[in-house]
Design a protein around this ligand. Structure first.
Ligand code: CAA
Ligand code: NAI
Length: 257
């Protein structure tokens, strides 16, 4: 299916989303880069390297339904047809204790993390699945695949990760019911829970935290490369039996408190 993949990939101007776009396009597929308008120059550099026939940019805040709809429309208006693959990588991470030295966790920050990570992911699932439902089914009765990005923090959230872990735990929780809801239209739903990957998101953490983390990964004893995430996306797209499940990709790492 990868050579016929028409995808929308959120958060794909950077990091794991970018690696996903590179993987899909290198196998003959097409991708809509769906990222914030502020990321347009990064998106342009991806288009320069992969070709404007294969990649297009739709400025998008995943919490806004009209933005996600415009990205789905772009695929159809470009002559690619409706998307048959949607990968959500858009996400933000915060670090704040439930009760810190300066007082309680900001409620606004907590809500914002859930809005982008959880609500944004569900927004893509609901709107992309509607487009996929219009496609002809393949030999397995399938029309598309949706892949979400959670985190191992959904299971092993650290000190200061209440908001982030809650947002990712919710993505784990919605995976099975969404897969069940969409089984009637032949759309699979899978979630990847990455461990520690070397992307701008992780580079923003204090260097000491980064160093300690790389050493703690059992095997391989290093941070993950975003291309390894892209390979897993490819496997999920290609394997029709993968549905309703969360896959950790973490080198056997379990985060300490
Ligand atoms: C997998 C993914 O999707 C990506 C990831 O999650 S990568 C992992 C990301 N992890 C994080 O972001 C960690 C977030 N937490 C923090 O950065 C900090 O805890 C914080 C900024 C929220 C708080 O810092 P702070 O208020 O300065 O607290 P600080 O004084 O450092 O520590 C207070 C106590 O908590 C402990 N602590 C703080 N952060 C800790 C941590 N990350 N791990 C373990 N203990 C920690 C300290 O050892 C200290 O313990 P004592 O009470 O015994 O002295
Ligand atoms: N890097 C890592 O070690 C891990 C990352 N993850 C998750 O993987 C996903 C991708 O992370 P990275 O590539 O590392 O981060 P990144 O910061 O490199 O990329 C995230 C992208 O999401 C975009 N984005 C943020 N808010 C958005 C919004 N409202 N609408 C549209 N786009 C938005 C950003 O502009 C950015 O381009 C995130 O969901 C993150 O939580 C999970 C576990 C580990």
């Amino acid at each position: 299916m990868l050579s016929k993949t028409v995808s929308l990939v959120t958060g794909s101007a950077s990091g794991l989303g970018r690696a996903t776009v590179e993987r899909i396009v290198s196998s003959g597929g097409k991708a809509i880069i769906c990222d914030l308008p502020s990321q347009s120059s990064l998106a342009d550099s991806i288009i320069d390297s992969l070709g404007s026939d294969n990649v297009k940019f739709s400025p998008c805040d995943v919490t806004q339904s009209s933005d996600v709809t415009a990205a789905l429309d772009l695929s159809e208006n470009s002559g690619w047809g409706p998307v048959n693959c949607a990968v959500s990588c858009a996400g933000i991470a915060t670090a704040s204790k439930t009760l810190g030295r300066k007082g309680p966790h900001s409620l606004e920050m907590f809500s914002n993390v859930l809005a982008v990570n959880t609500v944004g992911t569900f927004n893509v699932i609901r709107l992309a699945s509607e487009r996929m439902s219009t496609l002809d089914p393949d030999d397995n009765g399938q029309r598309g695949v949706i892949i979400n990005t959670a985190s191992i923090a959904a299971y092993d959230g650290q000190v200061g990760q209440a908001a982030y872990a809650a947002s990712k735990g919710a993505i784990v929780g919605l995976t099975l019911p969404c897969a069940r809801d969409l089984s009637g239209v032949g759309v699979r739903v899978m979630t990847i829970a990455p461990g520690l990957f070397l992307t701008p998101l992780l580079a923003g953490l204090p260097e000491k935290v980064q160093e300690e983390m790389g050493k703690q990964i059992p095997c391989p004893r290093r941070l993950g490369d975003p291309s390894e995430f892209g390979k897993l996306v490819e496997s999920i797209i290609e394997n029709p039996m993968l549905n309703g499940e969360v896959i950790r990709i973490d080198g056997g790492y379990r985060m300490p408190p």
